[in-house]
Design a protein around this ligand. Structure first.
Ligand code: PEP
Ligand code: MG
Length: 898
């Protein structure tokens, strides 16, 4: 088996398509090498070795060593240097992880590997730079000691032990703070000695001197880091399966820190925050790549390179265009300039905000780099909601006090109480606070806090620091490198422009699009897309973002086979959804219509009635409310279809449980307080989700069904008379037996006939059912004799198929996700393996009886991209979701069809 894939000197064993085997980084290094870009030579150890490593008690396949030796000797030839050479220039390597999907900053890197007490001397001799050689060696011992040998701060320590050793040394020798670059070669020698002693003291082991021992150890550390905490947290958030594993990349070192004609940088071929077609990135003179991304020194914009190193800048621009033409997507690259010579260390598809993704996709179609279908695929459906996310309220922001500026790193507006530590931020967010995470810089350890925060503000670092990258991907509002922000971690305060803000008490507001920081809270307002679509705002409609969004949605409309409907309970929601492109209502929950005003009293009267006469009296009060609602909805729909579901209320939720409220209600509806109390007690259910709900209500009290049918049809008749097309689809919930549906449908038809006769007008309507209990799905062939349509109620179908209460699963969702019993929350993303089978069975059986049966979904899954894809594949005709998710569903539907 081939475990090692070499690249370099314009050739490569692998290529860009081999991401599963070589990881994203390895595959793209091979690809860059193939297309002639200046890539330092190296090799990739495949992800299969990672799988082997975990399957075999952390050991390696036998043939690996030989293959690595061949890989090293290929590098030696190209570099004209020998690994472990104590005489000439030694070959030094970088060892980096590389998973299939990039996981920025989640895994560990080791640089300068191959240095030891002998090769450091030959490096010094070959480069004629003793200080440089010892600086490299010192950095290597530090990184290797930390990452591979595990010399890290313990719970009782505040600082990394190696950093403490450096500080101690500086004070002993210089009696003051000096920067690392002021340390002499002798200082570095002394530090190497102290570091090694530290390693011995902490681990009991001697620091490995043999480069091959170093290399094997480093590879093992990369494989082990696949299972470290932050990697696991990251994978869980982005649904990366643990079994993918990581590859290991071993690559010849090049140096950006050999003097002022050297440097390192990271760049995006276009602006990943707002999508503008400009070369966008940062670099540091005389620095290694890690210095740039770690956010410790604030780098300079890449355009400054034009002045500092014009030749390299011109070369870099050429690489930029080659990369975009080749990969046909925006790239995120790392580069190093060693004594004026440019090297490309990495390229990958750049992470981007939803706004940037939209602009990239539109621009690249114009530039004829990609076609419309590719453009649709380039917009991640689960990010699209970012475009609908709020900005600051324009009038409020004018009044707010601008304190300082930072780098705009993640667009949007956020306002919240400040926290200076990730765990405390996460805890506060859990307790319901809106929080802003404020740090000097963020490291991958801060991920939990970043996820919990509404926005992230850092004092140091640039737009490509980890904070910025990860924030953008999560769609978080983020400002970086705001140097005016002074943080005191001990006092838990932030000082900006002389003003002091306290953790857990004071608020800041940040505009991640402009990079502006404000004191206090600022109200957030809707995005321009929302303003343009829902409020007809002319200025908003003139923006490029608005126009691009509309174009994208038009393309999606053409590409998709699935229709997208909405779950709406009133005219306003309906109008919003239509503005977003919904083509009808897939679910109106009629019980939601009673939450308004004092309608609830009439409902309570109906529920508490213990005889038909009393119930009919209460129903007569409800009828006009319902008719009015339906009329409004039909008018808003202008002829588009509406699925209206008969009542499905958890009865106990509608009645008051406190004595005082019960007495109050008794007075209002004119019965005794005791009667209310005893009816409430009688309505108590141990398992209300499986109790007297859905069509069971209409079976027990047919007059409720009759009233609802009458309200629907009277509204339909009135609207039809006003010459507006109307087509109600009456839907019966929670059906498991054909007979249940038959009994309800009989009432519905009878009422329809009566209303048509009374109002002297004819209108079309359909009757159908929800498929939301397993028996309904399994007997769909019988049910389809009566049902003209099925709508899958996947909330209840998930609940009943899994036997997991949709309201009570919060308490064990975490352990279920951590143990990967759930890959994703099954109430958010359809369990296609289990629940999906019930759906497929119902489709097949339903069609066997009624070939043209109309099929849709109205559970929450109708707005989830993965679930929409499944709905497309199994041949539903529409999905239905909440109004603000309609664009997401339309995009997902189009992507599923491409
Ligand atoms: C469902 O069960 O999926 C559904 C849409 O109905 P509800 O959420 O109202 O139970
Ligand atoms: Mg349901």
């Amino acid at each position: 088996v081939k475990y090692v894939y070499s690249f370099g000197a314009g050739k490569a064993d692998g290529d860009g398509s081999m991401k599963a085997l070589l990881g994203g980084k390895g595959a793209n290094l091979a690809e860059m090498s193939r297309i002639g870009l200046p890539v330092p030579p190296g090799f990739t150890i495949t992800t299969e070795v990672c799988t082997f490593y975990y399957a075999n008690k952390k050991s390696y396949p036998e043939s690996l060593q030989k293959q690595m030796e061949a890989g090293v000797s290929a590098m030696e030839k190209i570099m004209d240097a020998k690994f472990g050479d104590a005489k000439g220039m030694p070959l030094l390597v970088a060892v980096r992880s590389g998973a299939r999907d990039s996981m920025p900053g989640m895994m560990d890197t080791i640089l300068n590997l191959g240095l030891n007490d002998q090769t450091v001397l030959s490096l010094a001799a070959a480069t004629k730079n003793e200080r440089f050689a010892w600086d490299c060696y010192r950095r290597f011992v530090q990184m290797y000691g930390d990452v591979v040998l595990g010399v890290q701060k313990t719970e009782n320590e505040d600082h990394e032990p190696f950093e403490v050793a450096i500080e101690t040394f500086k004070h002993e020798k210089y009696h003051k703070d000096i920067v690392d670059s002021d340390l002499t070669a002798d200082d570095q020698k002394e530090l190497v000695k102290r570091f090694k002693a530290l390693v011995k003291q902490r681990t009991g082991k001697v620091f490995p001197n043999d480069p091959w021992d170093q290399l094997r150890g480093a590879a093992g550390a990369v494989f082990s880091s696949w299972m470290n905490d932050r990697a696991i947290v990251y994978r869980r958030k982005y649904n990366i399966p643990a079994e993918w594993g990581t590859a290991v990349n071993v690559q010849a070192m090049v140096y950006g820190n050999t003097g002022n004609d050297s440097g390192s940088g990271v760049a995006f071929t276009r602006n990943p925050a707002n999508g503008v077609n400009e070369f966008y990135g940062e670099f540091l003179i005389n620095a290694q790549g890690e210095d740039v991304v770690a956010g410790v020194r604030t780098p300079e914009p890449v355009i400054e390179l034009k002045k500092a190193m014009p030749k390299s800048y011109a070369e870099l621009l050429k690489v930029r265009s080659t990369l975009e033409k080749h990969f046909k997507d925006v790239q995120d690259v790392e580069f190093t300039i060693q004594q004026g010579k440019l090297f490309m260390l990495q390229t990958r598809n750049g992470k981007r905000t939803a706004a940037a993704a939209l602009k990239f996709s539109m621009d690249m179609v114009k530039e004829k780099l990609i076609d419309q279908e590719t453009a649709i695929l380039r917009n991640p459906a689960d990010q699209l909601e970012q475009l609908l996310a709020p900005d600051f309220d324009i009038s409020e922001v004018k009044k707010a006090k601008e304190l300082a500026k930072g780098l705009p790193a993640g667009p949007g507006a956020a306002s919240g109480i400040i926290y200076l530590n990730a765990n405390r931020a996460a805890a506060a967010a859990e307790a319901g606070e809106t929080v802003l995470l404020v740090r000097n810089e963020t490291s991958p350890e801060d991920l939990r806090g970043m996820i919990a925060a509404a926005g992230i503000l850092t004092a140091k670092g640039g737009v490509s620091s980890h904070a910025a990258l990860v924030a953008r991907q999560m769609g978080k509002v983020c400002i970086c490198g705001a140097s005016a922000v002074e943080i005191d971690y001990d006092k838990k305060t932030v000082t900006i422009a002389g003003q002091v803000f306290k953790e857990g008490k004071d608020s800041l507001s940040i505009d991640g699009t402009a990079g502006t920081i404000y004191g206090g809270k600022i109200k957030t307002g809707p995005s321009s897309i929302v303003m343009g679509l829902l409020h007809g705002d002319k200025a908003a409609q003139g923006t490029e973002k608005f126009k691009s969004f509309k174009t994208l949605m038009d393309w999606c409309g053409k590409a998709a086979r699935l229709d997208v409907r909405t779950n709406a309970d009133n005219p306003e929601q309906t109008e919003n959804a239509i503005a977003f492109g919904a083509v009808g209502i897939g679910l109106t929950r009629t019980e939601h219509m009673f939450f308004e005003g004092d309608r609830i009293d009439a409902v309570r009267e109906m529920i508490l009635a213990d005889n038909v006469a009393d119930r009919e009296k209460a129903l007569a009060k409800l009828l006009p409310y319902q008719r009015e609602d339906f009329t409004g909805i039909f008018k808003a729909l202008k002829g588009m279809p509406a699925t209206i579901r008969l009542l499905d209320p958890p009865l106990h939720e509608f009645v008051p449980h406190e004595e005082a409220a019960q007495a109050d209600l008794a007075k209002k509806i004119g019965v005794s307080a005791d009667k209310v109390k005893s009816r409430v007690a009688a309505l108590h259910e141990f398992n209300p989700m499986l109790g007297h709900r859905g069509c069971r209500l209409g079976i027990a009290y047919p007059e409720i069904t009759a009233m609802q049918a009458r309200a629907i049809f009277e509204a339909a008749a009135d609207v039809a008379k006003a010459k507006i097309k109307v087509k109600p689809e009456v839907m019966v919930p929670l059906v498991g037996f054909k007979k249940e549906l038959d009994l309800q449908v009989e009432i519905i038809h009878k009422v329809a006939k009566a209303v048509m006769a009374e109002k002297k007008i004819k209108f079309d309507y359909m009757v159908g059912t929800m498929i939301e209990v397993p028996r309904g799905a399994l007997t769909a062939d019988e049910i389809a004799h009566t049902a003209e349509f099925f709508s899958f109620g996947t909330n209840d179908l998930t609940q009943t198929a899994l036997g997991i209460s949709r309201d009570d699963m919060g308490s064990f969702l975490m352990p279920y996700t951590e143990n990967e019993i759930f890959k994703k929350n099954p109430f958010a993303t359809l369990d296609t393996v289990g629940v999906g089978q019930l759906i497929q069975t119902a489709i097949t059986k339903g069609r066997s009886t009624r070939p043209d049966i109309k099929l849709g979904i109205c559970g929450e899954h109708g707005g989830d991209p993965d679930s929409v894809k499944f709905c497309h594949q199994v041949g539903l005709s529409y999905v239905s979701c909440s109004p603000f998710r309609v664009p997401v569903a339309r995009l997902a539907a189009a992507q599923a069809a491409i």
